[in-house]
Ligand binder design. Structure first.
Ligand code: C5P
Length: 400
């Protein structure tokens, strides 16, 4: 059942738009509220009146409809939903989404939303198989967009093959899975991710090579188990996942402040590569060569250790604190010592020696260290590591 869930349904301009009328009915049968949005092209296939009647809601059609803006702006509209569904998702809508265009109400909502987006593609088989659409699909997968279908079969245009919009029950199942209450529902988890930037002067900084991939995968996996995730991220290469509360910071001290402001939390996962040192005598104006040939002397101060600070909180410590340890030798010994020194509950340790190919690669081989000892995991995709770790976190948080 989808009782109390609000779905923002964007209906694109394709022949399958008629199935969206049935989708509205079935969603409402399951207790969901459906807020419909029609693209201009969709109005050629279904009328606003029929959509509005079935949804028992106002239909949103125009970006510059002043009444709508007065009632509910497009930003608010995009966020007041639990899930955004695009059905049918035309080749044009997919292309707009993949390239970030926002030139009408539907595409603007899709850019502005902080919620998960599920698309049900629908188009002619040639259009579906076109390299441009397949390229866009890859981009959308990478952006965390959920995809239902398309199915294979006879099409309205007389051709046969993949491209037919998924049947309504299949779309409902995908919506149900996206909205399902996971074991971490009602739980708040803080995740840190990415590198930090420590300024030398207004234009230069000290950084590290962290891409943010590990932290992002953790945030995604925890979100998928229903957690409310506060994602505190430095300037990472990987975009933050949808459906999490993103707090962007640059320095270690800003990261600590953001983590403290996000409390209370049921668990905290510290995947960020935080700079150990900051430049204490950072200049307020750009440092220049003075012709003497003398390099400026940078002085360093130690940054706060966020993991240790949170692990050692007297009051309001999260029930479970997880740190990471990237080591090049004596992985288990070093990581075990780190767990005790920082006083976190778990350390996720891995060997990042060049020969393992783990740093910058897609796979990881971790050792999970807790008070009981060390558990060696087989090598697997980083996403799978994140999924299994999130499940362990859910078990531990649930048991507290
Ligand atoms: O001491 P080391 O940097 O190896 O510890 C790694 C773990 O500590 C990671 O979980 C990292 O996010 C965290 N850490 C932190 N604040 C720091 C340094 C590390 O939270 N200043």
């Amino acid at each position: 059942m989808l009782t109390g869930k609000r779905v923002l349904l964007i209906i694109g301009g394709g022949i399958a738009a008629f199935k969206s009328l049935d989708l509205i009915r079935r969603l409402r049968d399951q207790g969901a509220e459906v807020v419909p949005v029609l693209t201009r092209a969709a109005e050629e296939f279904v009328t606003p009146l029929s959509v509005s009647a079935l949804a028992a809601q106002k239909v949103y059609r125009d970006l510059f409809d002043l009444t709508d803006e007065a009632e509910m702006g497009h930003i608010e509209l995009s966020r007041a939903a639990d899930l955004v569904v695009v059905a049918p998702a035309t080749a044009d809508l997919m292309a707009k989404m993949a390239s970030g265009l926002a030139n009408d109400l539907a595409s603007t909502l899709l850019m502005a939303t902080d919620k998960r987006v599920l698309i049900a593609p629908s188009m002619n088989v040639r259009m579906w198989e076109h390299p441009a659409t397949q390229r866009n699909l890859t981009v959308l997968h990478g952006d965390g967009i959920l995809v239902a279908g398309p199915d294979k079969g006879a099409m309205a245009c007389g051709e046969f093959g993949p491209g037919r919009m998924a049947e309504v029950p299949e779309i409902i199942d995908a919506i149900d899975a996206a909205l399902r209450d996971g074991p971490l529902k009602g739980r708040h988890v803080i995740v840190t991710s990415g590198p930090t930037h420590e300024p030398i002067d207004p234009v230069r900084y000290i950084a590290n090579r962290s891409s943010g991939a590990q932290g992002t995968a953790m945030a995604e996996a925890l979100r998928d188990l229903g957690a409310t995730v506060t994602f505190v991220t430095g300037p990472a290469d990987v975009a933050p996942p949808p459906g999490v509360d993103v707090v962007r910071i640059e320095t270690a001290r800003e990261m600590l402040a953001a983590v403290q402001a996000a409390h209370p939390a049921d668990a905290a996962v510290f995947a960020a590569a935080v700079a150990d040192w900051r430049v204490e005598n950072a200049s307020g104006s750009k440092m220049k060569k003075d012709g003497s040939g003398k390099a400026p002397a940078l002085e360093f101060a130690e940054n706060p250790d966020i993991l240790a600070t949170v692990s050692q909180m007297d009051e309001g410590r999260p029930g479970l604190v997880v740190g990471f340890a990237a080591e090049t030798d004596d992985v288990v010994e070093n990581a075990t010592a780190k767990r005790l020194r920082k006083q976190c509950d778990w350390i996720v340790a891995n060997d990042v020696s060049v020969e393992t190919g783990i740093m910058g690669g897609d796979e990881n081989a971790i050792v999970l260290i807790d008070a009981e000892g060390a558990d060696v995991w087989p090598r697997m995709a980083k996403r799978d590591v994140a999924r299994l770790l999130a499940q362990r976190i859910a078990d531990a948080v649930g048991a507290r």
